[in-house]
Design a protein around this ligand. Structure first.
Ligand SMILES: [Mn+2]
Length: 229
């Protein structure tokens, strides 16, 4: 089980891309980007319209497994301002059941400065809890920060083939989560936008099927054209 120390907190990194803080019974996910498929369809790019229900199913499984007292969405929970009205009634009911069951906090992101109304939960710009600061965008000089926004992914170079996966990035002071959403793109951890946040180096924890695995910096390969989509 992958656990890291971040400032004074022990955090478990879940292969889904979520973080479990057992001492607070807190589950944290970043960048759900609900209704990405719908937004792409409105712009003429057809993806299978299943992303919202796929993401909700993964959320429901996590909540059933960890039984959190609190769930924190680290911003960009919704792909755009129209995502709330675009949710179909079944998705709306599934989301409402989740936000009614626990203390659910929507932190603001750049895609969704205000989460859609009527879906339950509380909203805030950031959360400070027992020395850890939770916010969407990584900031300057934080010790004990949990953030999202960057959708980090990393490529593990092997002798015969390489493997690219969403990943956590951390240095014991700052932790950036991968995007939890189903159709989210990613930004290579070797891109200065990510690596520049970690002046003294970082560990990447790649999300596998059932567990995360730490990859040393020198085993990482650059993504071919790994830009933020
Ligand atoms: Mn963002």
């Amino acid at each position: 089980m992958a656990a890291i120390r971040l400032a004074s907190a022990m955090l478990r990194l879940d292969a889904s891309g979520a973080v479990w803080w057992a001492a607070q019974r807190m589950l944290v996910m970043a960048d759900l980007h609900l209704e990405t498929g719908g937004a792409m369809a409105r712009r003429g790019t057809l993806l299978p319209p299943y992303d919202t229900h796929a993401t909700l199913a993964r959320l429901e499984a996590l909540v059933a497994r960890y039984r959190p007292a609190m769930v924190v969405s680290l911003g960009d929970g919704f792909h755009d301002r129209r995502a709330g009205e675009a949710l179909d009634p079944a998705a709306r009911a599934r989301l409402r059941a989740l936000t009614d069951a626990v203390d659910w906090l929507w932190l603001a992101g750049n895609h969704d400065p205000e989460p859609p109304p009527g879906l339950g939960g509380r909203t805030a710009v950031m959360l400070e809890c027992d020395g850890i600061l939770f916010r969407h965008h990584p900031g300057n000089g934080a010790t004990g920060e949990v953030a999202g926004h960057l959708h980090p992914k990393a490529r593990l170079a092997g002798a015969r083939h390489s493997l690219s996966r969403p990943c956590f990035v951390e240095d014991g002071r700052r932790l950036v989560l991968p995007a939890f959403g189903t159709f989210t793109g990613g930004l290579d951890v070797l891109d200065p936008a990510v690596s520049g946040l970690f002046a003294e180096g970082f560990d990447a924890w790649l999300c596998g099927e059932a567990r995360v695995f730490r990859v040393p910096h020198d085993r990482l390969a650059r993504e071919p054209g790994g830009g933020l989509r």
